[in-house]
Ligand binder design. Structure first.
Ligand SMILES: [Zn+2]
Length: 240
């Protein structure tokens, strides 16, 4: 195909519109907004995790408190029985020793539970502190996000005017292009931002692949619409 002037004019307008869109997606405000969105999401995930931790620690704590209370009750009971036995002349020294061992065992149990309760309380405290910190950081980021979102919306609204102008321009230029050619352009456009490229030095200037000489000959002599075998772009030869 020789130089498709009308289609290339359309493509220029298309590229111009793509640049407006891309500029809008990459403004410093938009980049910061995307970063904040990711950060807020992370903070929320952390809060969910911490909430689960807090629930786990609380449940463990209340279970251990109950166990501790039960052990103390048994200890009380055994101790008072022991006191009674001390006055009982029929009680053998083996029985007394056994009783003493039971009491000592219960005391060890109670001590261990106290240690575990203290540790769990420290874990609970640390998780609560981290929750508070994370929540504050998240709230701060969310506030900045909300403010920035307004700014980004304004940028978008401003760009919409340019986009509309670009659409109008493309609409006008499309009228001058052969509809079959336009359809092929639109099909290739799904994969490439710039679908029509020139053949330079026997190569597709889109992907740089060398074209078979037969293709080049047909391109020059028959004014065919050829597609690059490698990248699928539409090819033209700029013949004077
Ligand atoms: Zn190519």
């Amino acid at each position: 195909m020789s130089k498709p002037v009308a289609l290339l004019a359309y493509q220029d307008a298309d590229v111009e519109k793509q640049q407006i869109e891309s500029a809008l997606r990459t403004t410093p405000n938009r980049v910061r907004l995307n970063k904040l969105a990711k950060y807020v999401k992370q903070q929320q995930a952390t809060l969910t995790k911490l909430t689960e931790d807090l629930e786990t620690f609380s449940a463990a704590m209340s279970k251990m408190n109950q166990q501790h209370k039960a052990v103390l009750d048994r200890l009380d009971l055994e101790s008072s029985e022991f006191e009674t036995l001390k006055g009982d002349e029929e009680c053998t020294s083996e029985e007394m020793t056994e009783f003493r061992h039971d009491i000592e065992k219960l005391q060890r149990e109670a001590n261990n539970l106290e240690k575990e309760i203290k540790q769990t309380f420290r874990n609970l405290d640390a998780a609560a502190e981290e929750y508070k910190k994370t929540w504050q950081q998240g709230a701060k980021a969310k506030k900045e996000y909300d403010q920035l979102k307004v700014v980004c919306q304004k940028e978008k609204d401003d760009a919409a005017v340019d986009m509309l102008a670009a659409d109008k321009k493309m609409e006008e230029l499309e009228k001058r292009v052969n509809p079959t050619l336009m359809n092929r352009y639109k099909r290739v456009r799904q994969h490439h931002n710039v679908p029509v490229v020139e053949v330079r030095d026997g190569k597709c200037s889109g992907c740089n692949m060398s074209l078979p000489s037969l293709s080049i000959r047909r391109l020059v002599s028959e004014d065919m619409i050829l597609e690059c075998d490698n990248c699928g772009r539409l090819l033209y030869a700029d013949i004077e």
